[in-house]
Design a protein around this ligand. Sequence first.
Ligand SMILES: Cc1cc2nc3c(=O)[nH]c(=O)nc-3n(C[C@H](O)[C@H](O)[C@H](O)COP(=O)(O)OP(=O)(O)OC[C@H]3O[C@@H](n4cnc5c(N)ncnc54)[C@H](O)[C@@H]3O)c2cc1C
Length: 327
Amino acid sequence: MQRTSRASSKLLHGGLRYLENLEFRLVREALRERDGWLSRVPELAHPLRLVVPIYGNSRRGRWMVGAGLLLYRMLAPRSQYGDFLWLSAADLRARDPGLHADGLIGGWEFSDGQMDDYELGLWVADRVRDLGGEIREHCAVASVSASGELTLESGETQEYERIINVAGPWSETLADHSGVSLPFELDLVRGSHLILDRPCPQAYLLEVPGERRVFFVLPWKSRTLLGTTEVRQSLDEPIECSQEEEGYLLSAYNDYFKEQVSADQVVDRFAGVRPLIRSARNPNRATREYALHQTDRLITVLGGKWTTALALGREVARRSRKRRTDR
Ligand SMILES: Cc1cc2nc3c(=O)[nH]c(=O)nc-3n(C[C@H](O)[C@H](O)[C@H](O)COP(=O)(O)OP(=O)(O)OC[C@H]3O[C@@H](n4cnc5c(N)ncnc54)[C@H](O)[C@@H]3O)c2cc1C
């Protein structure tokens, strides 16, 4: 079966760039949740210092990024990860001699978190089992109903007091197949990543040359993780990194680093589809918020981030309990 959670950029982050979309609620929650993951599962999640280099021709100048980081810190006033500092061009060159220095003014360094999404997913599954939950794998659901009936693709039906449709990008399709209408629509946007066979001495948040979009260059298991892209797609199409996306990411990388990479150094590529709530023509501007829709015994979840998954889980539990006591 397909999945999104193993194809993320592996960041636990407030989402510095979401501040440009004025998503203060989301960023505040995500920063709190980032810190929660970092303290709760230190063996699978660790703080990561990222640098945003500023060049003479950067679309976001020194003071704009600095103001964003100040706001980032203010939205998490009790966080131990709020420190950010300005590094001169000489500091950056000393830290990473491979970074292009033409026009480099300096850069901001700040913290977010990095995790192993696969291992963290297994950790979450273990917590579910610890709490007495049963996980049935490879068990496709054909339809769900507001009255609590769930039908498997095998034809078997089961009754539940509560059904939570958390099928990620497929949750809208499952609702459609079940005849449940939702007040939101999903915008399905593929994001691809490459893993390069070279070490990454410094994590970066970089502007894609000539665009307002940003991309990440991150250390990953002694290699370099490069991502991501934004390509609208349907769920009937294969979820995989296209040649165009690979070329796009390599060319963005080569714009910043002296030692050029080619497709030969790509040792792995992976893609996932973001279940974004349709909110903007440009997917880059689409909200990363989640939405819940409840009809009687059925709760459908749309959107969300790895970082905010536990907050979303708490909200689902709260709604579930509320309805139970309402009865
Ligand atoms: C490219 C990309 C980069 C991202 N980077 C980050 C990041 O760095 N940090 C961050 O916090 N978030 C990130 N995200 C967001 C995050 O990965 C997703 O929001 C999250 O993984 C969604 O999890 P999910 O459980 O809702 O969906 P999924 O992981 O897709 O899980 C849904 C599951 O439901 C199953 N399913 C579907 N239909 C059915 C059915 N009918 N019956 C039974 N099972 C079904 C699927 O097989 C799948 O296993 C990123 C997302 C993408 C795409």
